[in-house]
Design a protein around this ligand. Structure first.
Ligand SMILES: [Zn+2]
Length: 430
């Protein structure tokens, strides 16, 4: 079956796909899966198993036999390919179970706004979606928009991605005549608290290529994120009885304040956007004897991270010079690296995503993530992992919404990726 024929088959079954993905989505969002950054366990909240078990059952129901649920709440499933020959390596699709602790995810009651006619969506009280604040709404006149009931988040991040991957697999299993790549599905807990891969090991999958369906608006495609470093700055003072302190006290509180005041304000998160990176002082814990400052460094270019680490060392030396007897140590810790290099090393991973999105009838919207993703950690393990839209808007808030056609388009994109990777080279096939 050619790409054009697959697109036609998807068009014919659009109504059934919309019903299937909406159904799954509405089921998943009603399961409480908020993660908890203060919990040390994996997963951070056992309730994430509730959704994992539902997903395992639904995979079995559609005929996927190779499904595993690990003690750490990872679901790993394998779907054999149907490409004739030559054999092609597997492609991985990923999504996460948890929702953000930034808004309640308990007792989510999804509301369906069918046949949206433009204008405001009054969810409840003062929770209103206006077209001014949500210009994308205008693309969905006559369509169904889904919101929460206004006192919780919706959970499209990332239950839309989860529902879309399952709907894509269902479609592919119903159409074995479509040549497809072997699929490896990985569903993870705790993405929102930055621990989505803590219980993951490289040997769980064989694929060298993966896509997270965890992006926002329709068409979004991200192949780049920040390099992230956390730098600990440790100030050590000299404590003396305050009555005899003249010329002898070295106050670590004052040293820490001085250090932070010397960070360049024009390279702060509040002063930068687009491709500029920054220093962000997150926290100071201090008494007169010692102080600890946490500084985040973010930049798309690694050399800029190195430059900022050197600058922090220079500031440390300057503070030491102003506080004789005091000590300032700078300790950088890597958090994550830009996915760009790993993605560039795997030819075709971005190009096939662009093609698959175009196949669905829209232009890809390429962005750089001013943050990190689980994809970045997979990239470090050698799996090239761009992020693709799941369709939701206003993530982590009570104003979160998703339109059904955006979810359908994400299902189509996943199906077309499976079709496109069934071919050994990425030259445009028709
Ligand atoms: Zn997410």
């Amino acid at each position: 079956m050619t790409i054009t024929e697959v697109v036609a088959a998807l068009r014919r079954e659009r109504t059934a796909i919309a019903a299937d993905v909406t159904d799954r989505f509405l089921r998943y969002v009603q399961i409480h899966t908020t993660s908890d950054k203060d919990s040390p366990s994996i997963p951070s909240t056992p309730r994430q198993f509730d959704l994992a078990k539902v997903v395992v059952q639904e995979l079995h129901d559609m005929g996927v036999t190779d499904v595993e649920l690990t003690d750490s709440c990872y679901v790993i499933a394998r779907v054999p390919g149907t490409a004739a020959d030559p054999p092609v390596p597997a492609m991985c699709l990923m999504a996460h179970f948890d929702t953000s602790p930034e808004a309640s995810g308990e007792r989510v009651k999804p509301l369906l706004w069918e046949n949206y006619q433009g204008g405001d969506i009054r969810i409840s009280g003062d929770v209103v979606l206006t077209p001014e604040e949500n210009p994308l709404l205008q693309n969905y006149r006559g369509e169904t928009v889904i919101t929460s009931s206004g006192d919780t988040l919706l959970g499209a991040d990332d239950k839309a991605g989860l529902a879309e991957i399952l709907s894509a697999v269902r479609f592919l299993l119903q159409h074995p005549e479509i040549p497809r790549v072997p699929l490896e599905l990985v569903f993870t807990p705790d993405e929102e608290i930055g621990r989505g891969l803590d219980g993951f090991s490289r040997d769980m999958i064989s694929a060298n290529v993966a896509y997270t369906l965890d992006g926002g608006e329709e068409g979004e495609l991200e192949g780049e994120c920040y390099n992230g470093y956390m730098v600990e700055v440790l100030c050590t003072g000299e404590v003396i009885h305050l009555g005899y302190a003249r010329g002898r006290l070295v106050n670590a509180v004052t040293m820490a304040a001085q250090f932070v005041s010397m960070l360049p304000r024009n390279e702060s998160p509040e002063a930068t956007d687009e491709r500029y990176g920054y220093y962000a002082p997150l926290e100071i814990k201090a008494d007169m004897g010692s102080a600890r400052i946490e500084v985040y460094l973010r930049d798309f270019e690694f050399v800029e991270i190195e430059r900022r680490i050197e600058a922090l060392r220079a500031i440390a030396a300057a503070v030491e010079a102003q506080f004789p007897g005091g000590r300032v140590a700078v300790q950088p810790h890597k958090q994550y690296l830009n996915m760009r290099e790993a993605i560039a090393a795997e030819p075709g991973v971005m190009e096939r995503a662009r093609q698959a999105i175009r196949d669905t009838g829209i232009e890809p919207v390429e962005r750089s993530i001013r943050g990190g993703t689980d994809g970045a950690k997979l990239c470090e393990l050698g799996v090239a992992t761009p992020n693709i839209f799941a369709g939701g808007v206003n993530f982590h808030s009570v104003r979160e919404w998703v339109a059904v056609p955006a979810m359908v388009r994400a299902v189509e994109t996943a199906v077309l990726l499976a079709r496109r990777w069934a071919e050994a080279d990425s030259s445009p096939a028709s």
